[in-house]
Design a protein around this ligand. Structure first.
Ligand SMILES: [Fe+2]
Length: 184
């Protein structure tokens, strides 16, 4: 499950309830999904969408999302550096950013107005909904791999609007990973 950190308070939240509650407090929805039937992480996009159809349909009706697709990012993906550079600076969208992670990992940094930045390291099984207008940025982990279902209200609204605050420069996109043991 996701590892949630508040770097400025040197706090790491690892329990599901604790993480979910903290994220709800900054308006970020967090859930864990599992497929209605077994599906391989490298299955075709249609097969993935079909295995998660029930969850996707529920989310669509709740959030007004009209389309869903599967994004597949690998180290060899053409133009990967340019793509990552687009989203690793603080920005917001006019649409919600909804991601369900099928494989790989990455770190969302969420910057609530007037509150400390929260880092969310997502992995397979995590669903995150970043509401429209939320200041945030995203980095991949060092394996530069992520596969995720995306939901859109209007794909055209998903372009980044930059805050140009430079706040992201104060945060390392560190991935702790499942084997990380926090120092006591
Ligand atoms: Fe974004």
């Amino acid at each position: 499950m996701a590892i949630v950190r508040v770097p400025s308070e040197d706090r790491t939240l690892r329990g599901f309830d604790e993480a979910r509650q903290h994220l709800a407090g900054i308006d970020i929805e967090y859930e864990r999904w599992s497929a209605a039937r077994p599906v391989a992480a490298d299955a075709g996009a249609e097969e993935i969408l079909s295995a998660y159809r029930d969850d996707i349909e529920k989310l669509k009706s709740r959030g007004g999302y009209v389309t869903a697709d599967v994004i597949d990012v690998r180290p060899a993906t053409p133009g990967l550096d340019a793509m990552l550079a687009k989203f690793s600076r603080e920005h917001w969208h006019d649409e919600d950013e909804v991601r369900y992670i099928i494989a790989g990992s990455g770190v969302f940094h969420i910057h609530p107005r007037g509150g400390p930045v929260t880092a969310i390291e997502v992995e397979a099984g995590d669903l995150i909904r970043v509401p429209r207008g939320t200041w945030h940025w995203f980095d991949l982990c060092t394996d530069r791999r992520i596969r995720a279902i995306r939901l859109f209200q209007d794909p055209a609204g998903w372009a980044p609007n930059y805050t140009e605050s430079g706040v992201e420069r104060g945060f390392e996109p560190v991935c702790l990973g499942p084997s990380y043991v926090p120092a006591q």
